[in-house]
Design a protein around this ligand. Structure first.
Ligand code: SDX
Length: 422
């Protein structure tokens, strides 16, 4: 069987045979046959927008790999910073490499005092932590103007270290401002995730110890969220970065895309959905509303995965380890019932709707003491190395500026009527 397609322009009878390479056909081939004719695919459902070596997922087979490593093995064996190194530099670090990398991150974790006094204090008291994060990441751009030199790999590397280092500090600062407690500076003697939990929850009077089970669980959650190929927010980072904007505004845009409830905002929406359902015996009524289209089952469905999201299974197992320490989340039974009812109902089976990464993550976050406004912020911390790896890859590939064509559906040409005659 020939791994190719033949495209024929019936207007001219001209045709071209195009090889199918790794599941794609190259646009250059058919563009020469069809000048001025474009494939229309607004949500990129069947269009590849990048050639990437960072992450591979297969929706039918249900696998996820970071630089070729299966997510199940990574989840069992490595830390989030090892994943960050893998995504950014294409290899898991040796012990000395990891120590050096973690040291660079620790040294860059603090944020300028002006940030707290003049930027964070400028927000309303009830400002959503994601709105604060989107703004804060963009504001970092003004502290590091040299980051505009995006074509210099050394400059890019410095900013990538800064962003991975500062995201937890910005996140914890957004939380401390939300709850009205003084900011806690990063402690370079603590590991990445323990340091974050300390900045988040250490009381003024100190005497705060992070439970290693919780630190490892959160580290695993960060790792599971680290990358996911050309999802909405990563595509945003690559698109904004393709204009050669600096990495801070590129990642701020990615944070903005992640904030939406169809994407990273879904973990917050799941918790609010469970709280709205209220009780175990209301689950069937809610599912009935989903099937009429009146409601959406948040945390279910995925553009790529047409069976169980591999991350959701790992999260489900992690949830039990966290609940052993902090007590079971009372919403867990309802979530399990919701999953059971949906997976047995033809509406969901026919549409291949299964739990995604957001269905269980919020239950874990809530049990660890995070308010729902912080859930997507936690997703952003985890996704930062993925966003950066794609941003860096796009620049290494000397990609052209992203500029899609369009299908024009507006008015035909028409004359302007002077205002007094309109
Ligand atoms: C993430 O892309 C990534 O990789 C994202 C992510 C990552 O790591 O970056 O995996 C993280 O964003 C996970 C997804 C989190 N979002 C949610 O949980 C929100 C709820 N799910 C959806 O709104 C939806 O499933 C999407 C946005 C995730 C996917 O949307 P698609 O691919 O555009 O699917 P669709 O809207 O075209 O739905 C196809 C059908 C429709 O029914 P019909 O019109 O065929 O009758 O399935 C239905 C939809 O109505 N459907 C749902 C549903 N999701 C899809 N019906 C009820 N509840 C849902 N959740």
């Amino acid at each position: 069987m020939k791994e190719s397609i033949t495209l024929t322009d019936n207007r001219t009878g001209a045709s071209v045979e195009i090889p199918i390479v790794d599941g794609t056909v190259d646009s250059g081939e058919w563009a020469s046959l069809l000048p001025g004719v474009y494939f229309h695919d607004p949500s990129f459902g069947v269009t590849s927008g990048a050639a990437s070596a960072v992450c591979e997922l297969d929706g039918e087979a249900g696998y996820l790999r970071y630089r070729g490593h299966p997510i199940e093995q990574l989840a069992e064996r490595v830390s989030f910073l090892e994943i960050a190194h893998l995504l950014l530099f294409a290899e898991l670090p040796t012990r000395p490499q990891l120590d050096a990398f973690a040291g660079e991150i620790a040294e860059s974790a603090s944020i300028h005092e002006n940030f707290h006094k003049r930027i964070l204090e400028g927000f309303r008291d009830d400002a959503h932590a994601m709105g604060v994060l989107v703004s804060s990441v963009a504001a970092l751009s003004t502290f590091y103007p040299e980051s505009k030199d995006v074509e210099d790999p050394t400059v890019r590397r410095s900013q990538m270290i800064r962003l991975i280092a500062k995201m937890p500090t910005l996140a914890a600062s957004a939380y401390r401002r939300l709850v009205g407690t003084p900011y806690v500076q990063p402690d370079p003697d603590l590991d990445y995730t323990t340091n974050f939990l300390t900045m988040m929850f250490r009381p003024l009077e100190g005497g705060f110890e992070v439970d290693p089970v919780l630190s490892r669980a959160l580290d695993l959650l960060f790792l599971l969220h680290a990358d996911h190929s050309q999802n909405c927010s990563t595509t945003t980072a690559r698109t904004v970065g393709s204009s050669h904007a600096d990495p801070y505004v590129s990642l701020s845009a990615a944070c903005g895309a992640l904030y939406g409830p169809r994407h990273g905002g879904a973990n917050e929406a799941v918790l609010r959905m469970l709280q709205e359902i209220g009780t175990y015996d209301q689950v069937d009524d809610f599912v009935a509303k989903v099937k009429t289209g009146e409601r959406r089952l948040m945390g279910f469905g995925h553009r790529v995965y047409k069976n169980y999201d591999p991350r959701a299974q790992i999260l489900k197992d992690t949830a039990h380890r966290v609940f052993d320490v902090v007590g079971k989340n009372p919403l867990l039974d309802m979530a399990l019932k919701l999953e059971e009812v949906a997976l047995a109902d033809d509406y969901f089976v026919r549409r291949k709707l299964y739990p995604n990464v957001d269905f269980y993550s919020g239950l874990i976050y809530q049990s660890m003491g995070f308010p729902v406004e912080m859930f997507t912020v936690l997703f952003a911390i985890g996704r930062t190395p993925g966003w950066l790896a794609h941003w860096d890859e796009m620049l290494t590939q000397n990609s052209r500026i992203a500029r899609p064509r369009q299908l024009y559906i507006g008015e035909a040409t028409r004359d302007v009527v002077p205002i007094d005659q309109r």
